[in-house]
Design a protein around this ligand. Structure first.
Ligand SMILES: C[S@@+](CC[C@H](N)C(=O)[O-])C[C@H]1O[C@@H](n2cnc3c(N)ncnc32)[C@H](O)[C@@H]1O
Length: 227
């Protein structure tokens, strides 16, 4: 077996880990499906969107999944998987130390190395042998540190009445076409915004996990366009 993911096995907590054998029982030729790695995804929203279109997709995250399909979730560090034989990698590297929304803490994060660590992790996805790669991140320093993103999307272009500017860097993939563009609300603010334009969710341990989940409309567009 060369370069292919190994058989996934459920551990005591119900999550999936790799063991010794290949999981590719049915090759791409048989059903013309793609092998998709959704890197840094605990929710499985994108993974499930690709599964719904018949692809062999796996989510991978250091966290256990909240997505109810642990048999498609690889819990652990994604880095050892990146060089394996995937047709497509869709990556959601953490943006907490990169995003403009945290700019007031940048100096501290530069000094203590957290920002450099986040940059280094993001950059791993920019130099993969896989010929189709999408990297998603909030608006932040990677547009200057790495390069301008290929596309900036909003959930309200994909049927969700919310605002969250999201950058996509694409290799070997077309831009996403908006699937359901909503009119701006009469109030001038989207459902998730306070009057000052901030996100309504207050600080809490769960806040970043909730906010970082991919919108289903965007996940569907990804699977439709890239699958
Ligand atoms: C911005 S969130 C993306 C969440 C994703 N959009 C979703 O719907 O689940 C980044 C994720 O990267 C995960 N992560 C961080 N370092 C990782 C690593 N080395 N390997 C795998 N996942 C990692 C975090 O646990 C977190 O869930």
């Amino acid at each position: 077996m060369t370069g292919r993911p190994k058989l996934a096995k459920r551990n005591a907590s119900g999550s999936v880990r790799f063991v010794g054998r290949t999981i590719w029982g049915m090759g791409k030729g048989a059903f013309d499906m793609s092998r998709v790695l959704v890197a840094c995804e605990e929710s499985q929203i994108v993974c499930k969107a690709f599964r719904a279109r018949g692809h062999e997709a796996y989510s991978c995250d250091i966290l256990s999944t909240s997505g109810n399909n642990p048999e498609w979730h690889i819990q652990g560090d994604v880095v050892p998987l990146l060089g394996k034989d995937w047709d497509l990698i869709v990556a959601f590297p953490p943006c907490v130390h990169l995003s403009v929304s945290g700019a007031r803490h940048f100096e501290e994060k530069r000094k203590d190395g957290r920002q450099q660590q986040a940059i280094d992790f993001f950059m791993l996805f920019t130099n993969l042998k896989c010929s189709k790669v999408a990297i998603e991140n909030s608006v932040g320093i990677m547009s200057t540190f790495y390069r301008k993103s290929d596309q900036i999307i909003q959930p309200h272009q994909f049927g969700h009445p919310e605002s969250k500017k999201t950058c996509l860097w694409l290799k070997g993939l077309p831009l996403l076409t908006p699937t359901n563009v909503l009119d701006p609300p009469a109030s001038g603010r989207w459902d998730n915004q306070t009057p000052s334009g901030q996100n309504k969710l207050g600080p809490s341990a769960e806040r970043s996990r909730i906010r970082s989940k991919t919108y289903t409309g965007i996940a569907d567009a990804m699977s439709k366009t890239w699958g």
